[in-house]
Design a protein around this ligand. Structure first.
Ligand code: ADP
Ligand code: MG
Length: 484
């Protein structure tokens, strides 16, 4: 995917900025003690404040504040020691308070940076504008009865972090890499589970186009896109749509649009003229939030190793390519598995086995690494048997398949199936002699200079030994004998 959209009248460039809503990992809501567990019966996790009962007062959940600070630190961002909660006023049936408590002019986290990893191994820094805390609304359900709307308030009041990027993103691929990297970071520090299917992470995608060298064009915002793939497709569609309008002599209306994943297109939801005037003002029930710098410093000191640092370490200590390292560190469970396999072994070989064979097998079974039938120590054991020449790489793949099916160790399988590589030169010589005796014509051709035939002889000997002959020994013995 290139950064340029080729229009009829020349090239255009995309400009993209993302607003990501990430649900905070916390047992209780942002301003009430009600549970946040996913999948409960509707309206069973609603406190009086979530239901908007008169006279109820919000009480800030300290853990949610800590989660936001932790996230800000992981985004290399400014932590604002004083921030303010504002009321964002609008009417909607699933918002019983009549306003959302959010942060507007003074968010808890200011400017930061996320480094994204691109498939060619390069990286790019994307600016973070801000992160603010806000409460989620409830959910309106329109498809239970044709004549009524149902409202579920279980989500109402759940803490969200809204993470806003600068318009630094230029391609659908970069946008996808950005969402993946954010998800990875949030999961490393356990502040959001990143589960896009359950709505724990949702994206608003802002897209505009311009001719190279021009200033920013008018943007459209595509609301609530819920997968990396849809983010990328929505951008592609939207950029092409805007280019079409501009080339036809039209102008872009700033509007909010929806992505229809069935049709793969965006369509209007509301225009700027219909946009809400939220009449933000500081919530009189909540004092400004003041953070103790020593507390922030303690959170910073307790952060785990983050993906970028781990990636660098994998490149340095295990000799991996930057892109392979970025793939391995994206999920902390994968990174830990790889480290166990690679420790004291050939890092590149370990990365190959984990990324190609193991991930391939897990993919087929729909499992993640935490439920892998092959444990990290066992995979390391298999690699040891290749390194000490007990088995060849080809036989190792057979052994690995059995390990995946049975969960057994490599050594047990090698012994039971008699897969040890034949390094006994006497035995190999005997096989070589047989093949040579049976193929005098081909021997003559080789001796007459048709060197390429040697591969055929190697193949015959390997076949005769069910692939167990040590390939180096076979080659050596063949060379000697074929010289005549
Ligand atoms: P609002 O508050 O109306 O949503 P913001 O200025 O906060 O507007 O911007 C929201 C998002 O839109 C940010 O992620 C920002 O990077 C992005 N954005 C701003 N201008 C443009 C533009 N011209 N093209 C694409 N994205 C943009
Ligand atoms: Mg917006």
């Amino acid at each position: 995917m290139s950064a340029i959209v080729e229009g009829r009248t020349g090239p255009f460039e995309m400009v993209i900025g993302l607003e990501v809503h990430a649900q905070v990992i916390s047992k209780a809501k942002l301003f009430s003690g009600a549970s946040t567990a996913f999948g409960a019966e509707p309206n069973t996790q609603v406190s009086f404040i979530d239901a908007g009962m008169p006279g109820m007062l919000p009480v800030i959940n300290g853990l949610c504040v800590e989660q936001a600070v932790k996230t800000g630190l992981a985004l290399n961002a400014q932590i604002n020691l004083v921030s303010v909660f504002d009321r964002k006023n609008y009417f909607y049936p699933d918002l019983p308070l009549g306003y959302q408590i959010s942060q507007f002019t003074k968010p808890i986290v200011g400017k930061g940076i996320v480094t994204i990893d691109l498939p060619d191994g390069s990286t790019k820094d994307i600016g973070i504008t801000r992160l603010h805390l806000e409460m989620d609304a409830g959910k309106s359900i329109h498809d239970i009865r044709p004549d009524a709307t149902h409202v579920d308030l279980n989500r109402a009041g759940v803490a969200l972090m809204e993470i806003v990027s600068e318009p630094d993103i230029r391609t659908p691929e970069e946008a996808g890499a950005y969402v993946k990297k954010l998800r990875s970071l949030l999961r490393y520090i356990d502040t959001c589970d990143g589960n896009m299917d359950e709505g724990s992470m949702r994206c608003d995608v802002n897209v505009s186009v311009r001719r190279p060298g021009e200033g920013f064009g008018t943007r459209c915002e595509i609301k609530n896109v819920n997968s990396v793939r849809f983010v990328m497709r929505a951008i592609e569609y939207e950029a092409a749509r805007q280019v079409g309008i501009i080339e036809a002599g039209g102008t872009i209306d700033q509007e909010t649009r929806l992505f229809d994943s069935q049709k793969g297109e965006t369509r209007p939801m509301r225009s700027k003229e219909e946009a809400h005037d939220y009449r933000y003002f500081p919530d009189p029930d909540l004092l400004p939030l003041r953070l103790d710098p020593a507390w922030v410093a303690r959170i910073k000191a307790a952060l785990p190793e983050l993906p970028d640092a781990r990636k660098e370490r994998f490149v340095r200590d295990f000799g991996l390519s930057p892109y392979d390292a970025s793939v391995l560190v994206a999920e902390k469970e994968n990174a830990a598995f790889f480290e166990t396999v690679a420790k004291g072994r050939d890092g590149k070989m370990a990365a190959n086995w984990v990324m190609t064979e193991l991930f391939g097998a897990l993919n087929k079974k729909g499992l993640d690494v935490t439920r892998s039938p092959v444990k990290a120590e066992a995979l390391g054991g298999l690699i040891d048997r290749i390194k000490d020449n007990t088995i060849s790489g080809r036989i190792a793949k057979e052994v690995f398949e059995i390990m995946v099916e049975t969960g057994r160790d490599a050594d047990a399988i090698i012994e039971e199936k008699g897969l040890r590589q034949v390094t006994d030169t006497g035995a190999i010589e005997a096989e070589v002699d047989k093949v040579i005796a049976a193929n005098a014509d081909k021997v003559a051709q080789i001796r007459a200079g048709k060197e390429a035939l040697k591969g055929w002889f190697v193949g015959q000997v390997m076949k005769a030994t069910q692939g167990k002959a040590n390939p180096a020994a076979v080659n050596q013995i063949l060379d000697k004998k074929l010289k005549g």
